[in-house]
Design a protein around this ligand. Structure first.
Ligand code: PEP
Length: 246
C-alpha cells in the first residue's frame, strides 16, 4: 500500500514562512514514492491551496466542526474545508482531546462529518504515559477506535488512522518500532473485525518521528506512514522522512 506522510503544522506558520516551506516541498515532488500532505491552520488554507494547486502535495486541515452549519461561533464546517480543496482532516488529535475536552463520541462524529463531505479523516488515537505504565495501552486505543467504528460503520475503510502515543508527541521520545508495531497490529485486527476492506486503511505512526528514526518505524508491516509535528516545519527534516517512505 502507498504510504502517507502528513505534516501537522499545529498553530505555527505565517504567510512568508508557509510560502517558503511549501515551495521547498514542491521542488522535491518528483522524488516522492508516497502520498504527502500538509495539515495547516484554517486561516492559511486559501494560501496553501493556491500554492499546491496542480501538484501532488495534498492539503489538509487540523480540525472541523461536529455541526453542519449555523450558530457555532468560531467553528469551521466540513463543507467549508471542502470549498478550499481540503483532502484530509486530522480529527481527535490528543491536543484537542486534552485541551478541548473532545470525547470519543465527538471525535467519531467529526470523522463522520469529514467522510460525508468527501474528506479523509486522519483519526488519532493514543494512550498517555500513565495509561501505558498502568498496562492500559491496548484498552485505551481500542476504545477510541471502537467509537469511530460504531459511528461510521462500513465507511471505516475510508479513514486514515494514526497511532500517536501522547507521551511521544513533541517530547523527543519515540515508541520503538516494535512497540509501535504491536499497537498497530492490534488496531489492524480491530479494523479487520469491522470491515472486509480493513487492509487498505493506512495506519500512521505519530510521535517525534524524525529523519533518523523514520526508516525503522516505516519498515514495520502495519506502519503505513507518519503524522509529523515538529519535523514538518522544516523542509529538510520533513523531506527526509518522505524519502524514507517507499
Ligand atoms: C503530532 O502533533 O501529531 C506529532 C506527532 O507531533 P511531533 O512529531 O512533534 O511529536
Amino acid at each position: 500500500m502507498k504510504k502517507l506522510i502528513a505534516g501537522n503544522w499545529k498553530m505555527n506558520g505565517s504567510l512568508s514562512a508557509n510560502a517558503a516551506l511549501v515551495q521547498a516541498l514542491l521542488d522535491d515532488t518528483s522524488d516522492w514514492a508516497c502520498d504527502v500532505a500538509v495539515c495547516v491552520p484554517p486561516v492559511y488554507l486559501a494560501q496553501v491551496q493556491s500554492l499546491v494547486q496542480g501538484s501532488v502535495l495534498g492539503l489538509g486541515a487540523q480540525d472541523l466542526s461536529t455541526q453542519e452549519a449555523g450558530a457555532f461561533t468560531g467553528e469551521v464546517s466540513a463543507a467549508m474545508l471542502k470549498d478550499f480543496g481540503v483532502r484530509y482532516c486530522i480529527v481527535g488529535h490528543s491536543e484537542r482531546r486534552q485541551y478541548h475536552q473532545e470525547s470519543d463520541a465527538t471525535v467519531a462524529l467529526k470523522a463522520q462529518r469529514a467522510l460525508a463531505a468527501g474528506i479523509t479523516p486522519i483519526v488519532c488515537v493514543g494512550e498517555t504515559l500513565a495509561q501505558r505504565e498502568a498496562g492500559l495501552t491496548e484498552e485505551v486505543v481500542k476504545r477510541q477506535l471502537a467509537a469511530v467504528v460504531h459511528t461510521n460503520g462500513h465507511c471505516i475503510s475510508e479513514i486514515v488512522l494514526a497511532y500517536e502515543p501522547v507521551w511521544a508527541i513533541g517530547t523527543g521520545k519515540t515508541a520503538s518500532p516494535q512497540e509501535a508495531q504491536q499497537v498497530h497490529h492490534v488496531l489492524r485486527s480491530q479494523l479487520q473485525a469491522a470491515s472486509q476492506h480493513a487492509d487498505r486503511v493506512r495506519i500512521l505512526y505519530g510521535g517525534s518521528m524524525n529523519a533518523s528514526n523514520a526508516a525503522a518505524l516505516l519498515a514495520q508491516p502495519d506502519i503505513d506512514g507518519g503524522l509529523i509535528g515538529g519535523a514538518a516545519l522544516q523542509a529538510a527534516a520533513f523531506l527526509s522522512i518522505v524519502a524514507a517512505a517507499h
